[in-house]
Design a protein around this ligand. Structure first.
Ligand code: FAD
Length: 293
């Protein structure tokens, strides 16, 4: 089912993200995690495209398994590591597997590489991929960055480029993770002012072990509020307490977002069904009630 159609049916949507195995030997473990997550009945699940194009074939395979499990799938696809010809082949495989939703991404330029060596002609920005996917009738999402994309000279440039991407045919946006909801609210305000009105899914990363924080800051450049840093400091060597506090923090973010009218909550599950399940226990009645209001 297309995400645009789910958006017509429900006021608040919940989605989970998983990543494909880094090593082929772990493929079955990821499929098991996908099955457990699917049993929690999210509105859809997304599957990342291995950074730098690694393990790329698995994205389509896992997405098609999700469809078999009864969950709409959003397959990620990047410009990095693909030529136009390869993209066409992946799209054909997606169509053969009934995959209707794609998150179109440029992909990160791997360290020690330059864009010229990993990006090919006509496929240098996510918007190039968006246009190709729309020509194939796909429902297409794009990434956006409440705190600005790290490569952008300034927020205005980033917003202009986002506007161009949306105008290329994006149906919805998913945000980079953020830990301070005010960052998202001011960003949503700027999107509206710029005339960007497509639905936005808010990316929530539950921090359930303290070493995750430094890794996530490095990956996303997200601002980490003192409240979350204190949790990490306090419970650094108490894993159960850290897990519980991290789930409470993510829950708090989600409840605040839903209360303030955000329609899409996208949880970066890190392939851990138990974490998604614990968060869901805290918010299932809230989502149900919000869809009835
Ligand atoms: P773009 O939209 O192309 O933007 C990249 C940069 O170029 C920005 O600074 C933008 O302002 C600028 N720009 C865009 N268009 C133009 C233009 N026409 N002219 C000049 N400048 C322009 N990476 C993966 O490898 N696999 C994944 O599965 C994956 N999933 C992700 C999911 C989400 C929700 C997010 C937020 C990110 C994900 N990423 C993934 C990371 C993403 O690939 C990187 O952040 C990458 O650096 C940018 O991708 P993009 O699609 O936002 O690129």
């Amino acid at each position: 089912m297309k995400i645009t159609n789910i958006l017509k049916e429900k006021k608040v949507l919940l989605s989970f993200e998983i990543f494909p195995p880094k090593q082929q030997a772990n493929f079955d473990n990821v499929v098991s995690a996908a099955k457990e997550l699917s049993a929690l009945n999210p509105d859809f699940m997304s599957i990342t495209w291995g950074a730098g194009g690694t393990t790329k074939g698995n994205t389509v395979e896992i997405a098609s398994k999700l469809i078999d499990f009864g969950t709409p799938a959003l397959a990620h696809l990047t410009c990095v590591g693909n030529t136009k010809n390869e993209v066409e082949k992946v799209i054909a495989k997606m169509k053969a597997n009934k995959i209707e939703n794609v998150l179109a991404l440029r992909g990160d330029i791997p360290q020690n590489s330059d864009s010229g060596s990993v990006l090919t002609e006509g496929l240098t920005h996510a918007s190039d991929l968006v246009r190709i996917l729309k020509d194939h009738g796909m429902c297409v999402g794009g990434a956006c960055y409440p705190e600005g994309h790290p490569e952008s000279a300034n927020r205005q440039d980033d917003m202009d480029n986002l506007m161009y991407k949306v105008d290329s045919g994006v149906d919805f946006l998913t945000t980079q993770m953020f830990f301070d909801n005010n960052m998202l609210y001011s960003y949503l305000y700027r999107l509206q002012s710029r005339g960007i009105h497509v639905p936005v899914f808010a990316g929530i990363m539950p921090i359930t072990n303290s070493s995750q924080v430094s890794r996530m800051i490095k990956l996303s450049s997200a601002y980490v509020p003192a409240k979350l840093l204190s949790i990490c400091d306090k419970f650094e060597y108490k894993p159960e307490a850290m897990r519980q506090a991290g789930i409470a923090y993510a829950t708090d973010q989600i409840i605040d977002l839903i209360t303030n009218g955000v329609r899409g909550i996208h949880i970066y599950t890190m392939n851990k069904p138990s974490i998604a399940e614990d968060i869901l226990k805290n918010i299932d009645s809230i989502i149900k009630a919000s869809n009835e209001l």
